[in-house]
Design a protein around this ligand. Sequence first.
Ligand SMILES: *[C@@H]1O[C@H](CO)[C@@H](O)[C@H](O)[C@H]1NC(C)=O
Ligand SMILES: *[C@@H]1O[C@H](CO)[C@@H](O)[C@H](O)[C@H]1NC(C)=O
Length: 178
Amino acid sequence: MATTTTLLLLCAAAVLLAPSTTTTAAAADDGYTTFKLYFHDIVGGTSPTAIRVAQAPSSNSSSTFFGAVVAIDDPLTSGPTRSSGDELGRAQGTYTFADQKTFGLLMLMNFVFTAGDHNGSSLAIVGRNEVLDDVREMSIVGGTGKFRMARGYVQAHTIDSGATSGETVVQYTVNVKA
Ligand SMILES: *[C@@H]1O[C@H](CO)[C@@H](O)[C@H](O)[C@H]1NC(C)=O
Ligand SMILES: *[C@@H]1O[C@H](CO)[C@@H](O)[C@H](O)[C@H]1NC(C)=O
């Protein structure tokens, strides 16, 4: 008797769950726009796009540069090299060396689009960027233009550390819903 009741309840639960699970999956895919951009953080050469603007007296003796703040106006291109891709906009803002144990940056930046499909719009991005990790996820907390009220996330993956060139190249995959 107890077994029959349990079975009936399980069947009822399965019937109830099946459609809502499908709906949730469909809704999760719905409305996201996904695209890739390449972010160029140029710290060397005659025209750097990333400059250290503040630091603590102890930042230089910290193995993780803790307390240093860098202002950026970094090109965002459609291809992995600046010559192979069109410039679609700039990443403007700051990153702070925010971790005393590893290279963990607090990124606070706008992606400002000046060409391409999203010209005239922007995305506001905030998050932790643990630069030695293969993939780092950060939040899209808002936007303007076609991205007004945007939510979503970006995933950053370094394709050139810039150790020799002074130019770090990071692929950003943007997943945004506006
Ligand atoms: C820290 O290091 C940077 C880069 O080498 C240098 O420009 C700066 O003067 C140093 N700052 C201090 C306080 O030693
Ligand atoms: C981007 O939009 C601005 C303002 O509408 C326009 O002047 C400019 O030509 C556009 N740039 C490109 C590359 O489409």
